[in-house]
Every structure is written in structure tokens, then in C-alpha cells.
Design a protein around this ligand. Structure first.
Ligand SMILES: [Zn+2]
Length: 132
């Protein structure tokens, strides 16, 4: 049973939107500057050097992995925003318990209670780290 009142929902919506804004800024900054230039510089300075190529491609992988994580979080936030007005928002998708408001404020895209998230993380070890 979701026991979120309007004040809670509004606070969660605000947290959601500010997290989305921050994520967008990170993705834009990464695209505009850092990672891409670094990658090109390394490639440009090392024609045919396989070890530097390997370094460049692992840097690119790293940037892609980070970007991928940010894009996925952004999508999760958008999905959460759409769920916000529904009865199932704030309920753990695994056990159905109400997710504490504090957890939703800290992590508006959370779809599991802490216990179920821990179980999920453990059974999906090696994939994503962190606690979405
Ligand atoms: Zn649960």
C-alpha cells in the first residue's frame, strides 16, 4: 500500500527533476569536452602503436560505460516520473512493500525496497554496481 501524501510526491518529483537536470548536464559536459578529446588525442599521437590503441579503446569503453549508465538512469527517472501519480509508485516491485520516502528522495528511480535491492544486486553481481 502506498502511503505517499501529496507533499511527499511533490518532494520526490522535485528530487527527480533535479537529478534529471544534473544527469543531463553531466552527459552534455562529457560529450562536449573531456572524454572524446582525450580519446582522439591518444589515437592521434599513437599511430600504429597497439598498446596505446588498446589504452585508447579501453578509455572509450570506460566513457561509453559511464554514458550508458547515465542514459539508463535518466530513462529510469523518466519512468519513475510517469509512475509518480499511479498507485504502484513507491511500492517495491519484488515484495510489494512501501519504499520509505527517504529512500525515494535519495533515489527517486528506486523500484525496490532496500532488502530486495540488496538481493537483486547480489544475484546480479558483476553487472551494474551501485544501488539504483
Ligand atoms: Zn522489497
Amino acid at each position: 500500500m502506498s502511503k505517499l501524501n501529496n507533499k511527499d510526491r511533490q518532494a520526490i518529483l522535485a528530487a527527480l527533476q533535479s537529478r534529471k537536470t544534473a544527469l543531463l548536464a553531466e552527459v552534455r559536459a562529457a560529450l562536449a569536452a573531456g572524454d572524446d578529446n582525450q580519446y582522439r588525442e591518444i589515437l592521434g599521437n599513437a599511430p600504429g602503436d597497439s598498446s596505446d590503441e588498446a589504452l585508447a579503446s579501453s578509455l572509450a569503453d570506460l566513457a561509453a560505460a559511464r554514458m550508458d549508465r547515465e542514459v539508463r538512469e535518466y530513462r529510469a527517472l523518466e519512468a519513475a516520473e510517469q509512475r509518480l501519480d499511479t498507485a504502484e509508485f513507491g511500492l517495491c516491485q519484488d515484495c510489494g512493500a512501501a519504499i520509505p520516502v527517504g529512500r525515494l528522495l535519495a533515489n527517486p528511480a528506486a523500484t525496490r525496497c532496500v532488502q530486495c535491492q540488496e538481493i537483486f544486486d547480489r544475484t546480479h553481481a558483476g553487472q551494474a554496481h551501485g544501488s539504483l
